[in-house]
Design a protein around this ligand. Structure first.
Ligand code: GTP
Ligand code: MG
Length: 206
């Protein structure tokens, strides 16, 4: 049991490494929890909010900022790792980049024994799109359990947020590897970060 969540998340966090290819992955000696979602959905921002840091993960207004798997270690000695994944679904991405993304992400999801859960981020303004469905199919096929997170909820009215949330939850029920329920967040306003911290810790094996 981890007694004080917030002390853990605001305690030592270390950027371990960035892996542009599978051969650069770190030794699989700690549980990993990954953050996936389309480009610009707010993965890196949410990781910063989760870890209580302003800029440990690099964010950008331009989609496609994160192109590699980025590993952050939490706790000393490290209790688990947070993995910032490259985003998908960026329409202007060159074919080669998309292909590289597919290999890297698919191989990581399928082969990584220490990956205990993936958080799938969905933009509150967009809901689940075709590219997210492809990602969910990839996660289902790799049998990686995942939980959905709505991002940027500060950008939508409450009624719109609730209707998008209901649609996402209905979609999740169709997917075998998906957890029921949805965490509503805003990195900007700090909404849902406490709940996300709990969900991350739930994914760390004892
Ligand atoms: P890639 O690395 O390109 O896949 O993007 P990403 O998913 O890591 O997105 P990133 O965290 O870089 O954020 C993209 C943009 O959205 C930035 O301009 C952020 O400031 C903005 N953003 C992220 N989270 C929020 C949020 O909760 N609210 C608002 N209003 N803006 C946000
Ligand atoms: Mg990013």
């Amino acid at each position: 049991m981890i007694a004080d969540h917030n002390a853990l998340f605001s305690g030592p966090v270390n950027f371990l490494k960035s892996a542009p290819k599978l051969e650069f992955l770190p030794e699989p000696d700690a549980p990993e929890i990954a953050f996936a979602g389309r480009s610009n959905v707010g993965k890196s921002s949410l990781i910063n909010a989760l870890l209580g840091r302003k800029a440990i993960a690099r964010t950008s207004v331009t989609p496609g900022r994160t192109q590699e798997l980025n590993f952050f270690e939490v706790g000393t000695p490290p209790l688990f790792r947070i993995v910032d994944m490259p985003g998908y679904g960026y329409a202007k991405a060159p074919v080669k980049t998309v292909q590289r993304w597919r290999y890297l992400v698919n191989d990581y999801l399928r082969g990584r024994q220490v990956l205990t859960r993936t958080f799938l981020l969905i933009d509150a303004r967009r809901g689940i799109g075709k590219v997210d469905e492809e990602m969910m199919a990839m996660l289902d096929a790799a049998a990686v359990s995942y939980a959905a997170v709505l991002t940027k909820t500060d950008k939508v009215k409450q009624t719109e947020r609730d209707s998008v949330a209901a649609k996402v939850e209905a979609e999740l029920r169709k997917h075998p590897a998906a957890f029921p329920g949805l965490i509503l967040t805003s990195s900007e306003k700090g909404y849902g970060i406490e709940e996300l911290r709990n969900a991350v810790l739930d994914a760390v094996p004892e």
